[in-house]
Design a protein. Structure first.
Length: 234
């Protein structure tokens, strides 16, 4: 009986000892799991070591983690297109002016009006006479002078060039403009207005005045759909 009591006491002491050891030896599972949702960064995802703009994503829930999609914050609209665009136009009756301004608004571009050093009068545009416009169009060497100019053409990557059709071609002052700057590597897109005739060869004939540019076909502009088509050419 005495031995039984001693054995019972021994068993009780042994059970208590084992319980004490077990409690102090259990891993801090709760703390490890909590670090994902706390202010700590999970092991292997230290954001301080992630290169700027990197696509590596940390686990969700971390206070210092970078949310998915942040790599696109510095991108510009329109698929990341950072091209600087200029709309240039020559207009005597303001028809081309209206189309150029509509194009500028669509593109969010800068705009520049070609201003002749000697303005064209109504008599200069009387095509039924031997007027100034007719004489210039019939003279392959004519280059009417321009008043002023674009301050820094080098900043632009895409230049739209608008003009009215004079006897099937661009006015000679457009040639003056093209021969006044270096357009090497720049994209040039011509567009025109007219009473009914199309663009014809007017755009192609301008290529020789800026031979190192990247020329697009361009088009006659008479409606909003034509403006949209020009926007898509850039």
């Amino acid at each position: 009986m005495k031995h039984l009591r001693i054995l019972s006491v021994f068993l009780i002491v042994a059970v208590m000892a084992l319980s004490f050891v077990a409690c102090n030896a259990t891993p801090d599972v709760g703390d490890e799991g909590g670090s994902v949702g706390g202010s700590q960064t999970p092991s292997g995802n230290n954001t301080q070591n992630t290169p700027s703009g990197g696509n590596t994503q940390t686990q969700s829930g971390g206070g210092s983690q970078t949310p998915s999609g942040n790599e696109g914050e510095n991108q510009t609209p329109n698929g990341g297109d950072t091209s600087r665009i200029l709309v240039v136009y020559f207009s005597c009756t303001n028809t081309t002016k209206g189309r150029a301004e509509a194009l500028q608004a669509k593109l969010g571009a800068d705009i520049y009006r070609i201003t002749p050093a000697v303005p064209y009068t109504n008599a200069d545009l009387n095509y039924n006479t031997d007027c100034r416009a007719n004489r210039e169009q019939n003279d392959s060497s004519a280059r009417p002078a321009i008043s002023g100019g674009v301050e820094d053409m080098s900043q632009y990557d895409v230049i739209y060039i608008g003009y009215p059709i004079w006897w099937g071609q661009a006015p000679k002052i457009i040639y003056t403009f093209l021969e006044s700057y270096d357009f090497a590597g720049k994209t040039l897109i011509p567009f025109c207005t007219s009473g009914g005739s199309g663009m014809g060869t007017s755009g192609n004939n301008l290529h020789s005045s800026a031979p190192n540019a990247i020329w697009k076909s361009g088009r006659r502009v008479s409606s909003n759909s034509d403006i949209d088509a020009l926007v898509n050419m850039k």
